[in-house]
Design a protein around this ligand. Structure first.
Ligand code: GLA
Length: 584
């Protein structure tokens, strides 16, 4: 059955009837694909009639031309499930998406070219964007509501008015989108601040706003800017995200529910950002930098109504009650949360795990950036001969372990603007540099990573030749399978990194798990080869979410790559998540 979805004088129109969109954001790569239906259904039970998702370009095409849209990236299937559940879909393909996502969704192979005018009508940038949009529109177009599918709106760019005002760029995105067969109304989102509403405006786009409070004032700002048509808050921020080293954010359920009521009572449409935040699996987390570089934690729980592990929170119940005043809410028994299995797993160590995933490069006269070494290089070891002793100065993005003749002598950390170190006497200098997340907002999107410039020893540049090893972090769990165990690496239950730890455990049936990480230093974890993401002693996050479908009945395997050092060489799975000390 096909339907018509349009923008009327005062309302969205579904087959000519006024329609209030009550939507929630859920980003498909942040949810294990085996749980998409569960989470979408739960969102429907809260009373939502639509699901919104961004499309992260860099997840689909991390290597130029190597397009992937299967498994956890099967956008078509995600949209089809929304349709099966009787809901509508809103799609936001960017190409820039922000979203606390690595590089704001832009591929590093694109942003690595510093001469490119990002988010502008630079023809070379547009050529890449056009090829990307053609691919995603081929997935979206047949799934539009006027073709019997779920998609009712497609957004162009994201908060463009906070970044630029290149109208030719917006015009070209609209042209390519329409040429790609998108017939539903096109929207844009901006923060409801005058210059942003102006900068991101285009006649082909219906304006929506992003805000989580001061509802009346924000709606008035939108109305002032756009005299007719439905009002929509495209991002009703119901919670917030966390950076490493900060407190865990939560919001007041009562205040947030009252704000949702205000929005719906005003007749506005809404997209709750997020109804279910999910997880920054693998290396997908972004970072912010407005003076200080702050990478995002692995959890994207967002204090959303449906928690990271799919539980219905107090906010869920409060929102459901509010929504029921404005729209029909399914009257069915709601699922309740259960504790996850708690177990402790003995681990064995594999020494020198980095050599299993290393590629040797060089020599170079000066240390190359990660971007110069290839797309999506995130962990690099730089080595050079640098005799002497004194003050080492190096700009690293973002975190470095420094070794002198093979011995660890300290760290350099961008988050705390720590870029100097007293280097003991010796010959060889090595820096293991980790990219901890690419900035997703503002002007630092696409900035180079790794060692920036040439390090100085006592004020003098450290001459090459520099040699380099790049490490394919994502391949670690698989590469370990035949690696020999080092019986001496664990001493008194403690290990020094870099070291890989692995262990086996038994489950009676597949189940969600929470892996406690607070006795470990800094690294990455996998279960059955599924890349859970990063952990860091700094917190606030102290458990990693293991989605049930990544586990199985019978024997399971946990692997960690510890880069620093752990005071507990066992893996503890605990019954509840621990995202850290809360702050409202
Ligand atoms: C903005 C962006 C979103 C997200 C939120 C904060 O509104 O549009 O992508 O980054 O901020 O979570």
């Amino acid at each position: 059955m096909t339907s018509r979805f349009e923008i009327g004088e005062t309302d969205f129109l579904l087959n000519g009837e006024a329609h209030q969109i009550i939507s929630g954001a859920m980003h498909y790569p942040r949810v294990h694909s085996g749980l998409w239906r569960d989470r979408i259904r739960k969102a429907r039970l809260m009373g939502l009639n639509a699901i919104e998702t961004y499309i992260p370009w860099n997840a689909h095409e991390s290597v130029r031309g190597d397009w992937r849209a299967d498994g956890d990236l099967d956008l078509g299937r995600f949209l089809d499930i929304i349709h099966d559940e009787g809901m509508n879909a809103i799609v936001r393909p960017g190409p820039y998406i922000c979203a606390e996502w690595h590089n704001g969704g832009l591929p590093t192979w694109l942003t690595g070219d510093e001469s490119l005018g990002l988010r502008s009508s630079d023809p070379r940038y547009l050529a890449a964007v056009t090829a990307y949009l053609e691919r995603v529109n081929a997935i979206i177009a047949p799934r539009q509501i006027d073709r019997g599918g779920s998609v009712i709106l497609v957004q162009i760019e994201n908060e463009y008015g906070a970044y630029g005002s290149d109208k030719a760029y917006l015009a070209e995105l609209i042209r390519v989108t329409r040429a790609g067969g998108i017939t539903v109304p096109l929207t844009r989102v901006d923060q409801p601040i005058s210059h942003m509403l102006e900068g991101g405006a285009h006649e082909g786009l219906h304006t929506t706003g992003s805000f989580g409070s001061r509802i009346d004032e924000r709606l008035a700002a939108l109305r002032e800017h756009q005299r007719t048509g439905p009002l929509m808050c495209m991002e009703f921020w119901c919670g917030w995200f966390d950076h490493w080293g900060e407190k865990h954010h939560t919001t007041s359920v009562a205040d947030s529910a009252a704000d949702l009521d205000r929005l719906l009572s005003a007749g506005a449409s809404v997209n709750i950002y997020m109804v279910h935040g999910g997880t920054n699996f693998a290396l997908t987390n972004g970072a912010n930098d407005s003076g200080r570089y702050l990478p995002l934690v692995t959890s994207y729980d967002y204090d959303a109504p449906i928690s990271e592990s799919g539980d219905l929170t107090d906010k869920f119940h409060a929102y459901r009650e509010i929504i029921s005043k404005h729209a029909p809410v399914p009257e069915v028994p709601l699922p309740t949360a259960t504790d996850a299995p708690a177990l402790t797993v003995r681990l064995e160590a594999v020494s020198d795990p980095l050599s299993l995933i290393a590629t040797h490069r060089g020599p170079f006269d000066a240390p190359p950036t990660m971007d110069e070494l290839g797309s999506d290089v995130t962990l690099v070891e730089y080595a050079v001969t640098a005799p002497g002793t004194g003050l080492l100065e190096a700009e690293v993005r973002d975190y470095a372990w420094v070794l002198r003749d093979g011995r660890p002598v300290g760290r350099l950390q961008r988050t705390v603007q720590d870029d100097t170190l007293a280097l003991p006497a010796g010959q060889e200098l090595r820096l293991l540099v980790e990219e901890t997340g690419r900035v997703n907002y503002d002007t630092r999107i696409g900035e180079a990573k790794g060692i920036i410039g040439i390090p100085l020893l006592n004020g003098t540049p450290v001459d090459g030749p520099w040699t380099v090893r790049t490490f394919d972090v994502s391949a670690l769990a698989k590469s370990l399978s035949d690696a020999p165990v080092d019986l001496t690496a664990i001493s008194g239950g403690r290990v020094t990194g870099p070291v890989a730890l692995r262990g086996r455990f038994h489950l009676d049936e597949s189940a969600d798990l929470f892996l406690a990480t607070h006795r470990w230093g800094k690294g990455y974890a996998w279960v059955n080869g599924f890349f859970l993401g990063r952990y860091w002693r700094r917190g606030p996050q102290r458990t990693l979410y293991v989605p049930g479908p990544a586990t199985r009945r019978g024997v399971n395997e946990v692997v960690i790559l510890e880069l620093e050092g752990a005071s507990d060489a066992s893996a503890r799975f605990v019954s509840r998540p621990d995202l850290g000390h809360e702050v409202e």
